[in-house]
Design a protein around this ligand. Structure first.
Ligand code: KL2
Length: 552
């Protein structure tokens, strides 16, 4: 009879839901997930009897197999399919080779075991230190590693550089979880409690040791309690609730021993009387300076754009407003070669897919929307016209505030932002009356939605309603959205596993990224939130080098 137990010397049984049991095997430094579970009926019976705890479940299962080690049990085992669970091999901690991702049967694994082992027990697992096994049991953590990229692999220590780590995470507001409870009916209900999730979230966020943390879906009435450990770890914070009746918002934290806050803006996309901007999404933008080099500044922003999967046109307009605000805050000076800007990092939940229209706009710097559908795909019965944001908001098609351009280039007017903001008491009427005389009437016709091209200086003009948008930044995405084996990565589960969370950057050097799971790995993780993951999203993170400016 073939001994089964050696292969099961390190097995984790997780019960994410009564009908959803996972058996994870560690074999020859590889981690497998059993898709069908032999003796499931017995396992369920035993699980119910056992107190919870991985060790108890593990020994239960091994005992179970030993006591049932008959011919028929073995036949059942031989048929069971084992899928690779993680793309990391275990052994020495530096061993990060990815392994053959093909699916094997238990029988194949056993053959492999026999050919690699002359003793009845598995040498790899026997030599694996206990704390390594513990690490293996933390499947999620093993999947998420800080992987060096580019110069990060061989970075010389330099006084000229500052290393900045940014961590961004949609933490799933509890009231949204409860409002959309149908999405979580197959989850282990205990893992959905805020107190349970909060602990996991705080642990994961603090462990990243980031210099800047951007959180989305921070529920306002959970904020004070949530902040406590971060205050102890020297983080200062800014919070911006979504507008109107929404109970969640954005939390941006930065290490107060690394940065000083130079300037900030709480951006509201909601603009009354503008249908395409009638949603409650917001953004926070901060300009930070280095404590040990105050001339060195960086602009960091976070946002959570509209969810509605069909309305990329709205997300495009929200992005236009956000970039106009970034352009204003990151601007340094005009030179003969054009404007110069501080480095920018833009992180958050954009609710858009890689390679979608808005993604292209952000990363390529221009996008033609006229004639496209609301999903920014091919034309349909409701194709977009030449104009999205109305000219009375004075945001140009190049994502700049017209009034600020007038001030910069012609020193005309007060250089005001013509957007409503409920915090500042700026309503449509307040700026309508006070700023009317800033421009000559013929400059921007606010009632005209046709294409308008307006010259500000010789050789410098701006457009309204041209049917396309541009912006001045060269944003790159930290993630390429596919791993080294061509597998799609994911950050959350909607109808399937998808990417909606991003970190974009310009004028800083990427040296490290926090690896994301592939869609295939996500399927093995099953449901999130779960016992290890506190949210319905995966966190994103990256480390950058910011070049210090020399004192003038
Ligand atoms: O996908 V999200 O989840 O980025 O994590 O952003 C939104 C959605 C968030 C804020 O609006 O609430 C979730 N079905 C499922 N989820 C929804 C829905 C919906 N109809 N509306 C909002 N959310």
């Amino acid at each position: 009879m073939i001994p089964v137990t050696p292969l099961l010397t390190a097995v984790t049984v997780t019960k994410t839901f009564r009908r959803n049991i996972h058996v994870i095997l560690f074999h020859c430094k590889k981690v497998y997930h059993m898709t069908t579970i032999p003796l499931k009926h017995l396992l369920i019976k035993n699980l119910n009897k056992e107190a919870s705890g991985v060790e108890a479940l593990f020994s239960t299962y091994v005992d179970l197999i030993e006591s049932n080690a008959s011919e028929s049990t073995h036949r059942e085992f031989e048929k069971s399919i084992m899928e690779p669970y993680l793309n990391t091999c275990y052994g020495s901690s530096s061993d990060h080779r990815s392994y053959d991702a093909s699916t094997v049967t238990f029988k194949d694994a056993l053959k492999n075991h026999e050919s690699t082992s002359s003793t009845p027990t598995n040498p790899d697992l026997n030599t694996m230190p206990t704390n390594d096994i513990c690490r293996v049991q933390q499947n999620y953590k093993a999947m998420r590693t800080w992987r060096k990229v580019g110069r990060g692999r061989n970075l010389p220590n330099s006084e000229k550089n500052c290393v900045i780590r940014l961590f961004s995470y949609n933490i799933l507001a509890q009231y949204l979880l409860e409002m959309h409870s149908y999405l979580y009916k197959h989850h282990n209900q205990r893992t959905l409690e805020w107190e349970t999730r909060k602990k996991l979230l705080i642990q994961e966020i603090l462990e990243a040791q980031a210099t800047v943390i951007c959180l989305q879906e921070m529920q306002e009435d959970h904020l004070n309690e949530f902040l406590k450990p971060f205050k102890e770890h020297k983080y200062n914070h800014l919070y911006k609730k979504r507008t109107n009746d929404k109970k969640d918002g954005l939390l941006l934290m930065y290490r107060s021993d690394v940065f000083d806050l130079v300037e900030y803006e709480n951006v509201e996309f909601f603009q009354s009387d503008v249908e395409i901007l009638n949603r409650d999404n917001v953004a926070i933008i901060v300009k930070l300076s280095l404590k040990d080099s105050p001339e060195t500044q960086i602009v960091i922003a976070t946002t959570h754009l509209l969810y509605n999967p069909k309305r990329d046109d709205i997300r495009l307009c929200q992005t236009q407003i956000l970039i106009a605000e970034l352009e204003r805050i990151a601007f340094i000076k005009n030179t003969s070669r054009g404007p110069t800007y501080h480095p920018i990092i833009l992180a958050g939940d954009f609710n858009l897919q890689p390679k979608s229209g808005v993604y292209k706009f952000i990363t390529e710097g221009s996008f033609l929307y006229m004639g496209k559908s609301r999903t920014l795909g091919p034309a349909d019965h409701r194709s977009l016209s030449n104009s999205l944001i109305p000219p009375h908001l004075y945001v140009t098609d190049s994502c700049q505030h017209f009034c600020i351009l007038l001030k910069r280039l012609r020193n005309r007017g007060e250089g005001k932002v013509m957007l409503e903001n409920s915090e500042k008491g700026l309503s449509k009427t307040s700026w309508d009356s006070c700023d009317k005389n800033q421009f000559r009437k013929d400059e921007v016709n606010v009632r005209n939605k046709n294409f308008q091209k307006i010259q500000i200086l010789d050789g410098h003009h701006v457009n309204f309603g041209s049917g396309s948008l541009t912006h001045p930044f060269k944003f790159r995405s930290v993630y390429s959205h596919i791993d080294r084996n061509g597998q799609n990565e994911a950050t959350t589960h909607q109808d399937g596993w998808v990417t909606v969370d991003y970190i974009f950057f310009s004028e800083v050097e990427l040296i490290e990224r926090y690896t994301l799971p592939t869609q295939k790995q996500c399927k093995a993780v099953s449901t999130i939130p779960n016992r290890e993951i506190g949210s319905d999203h995966f966190s994103t993170g990256a480390t950058f080098i910011l070049r210090k400016k020399l004192r003038q």
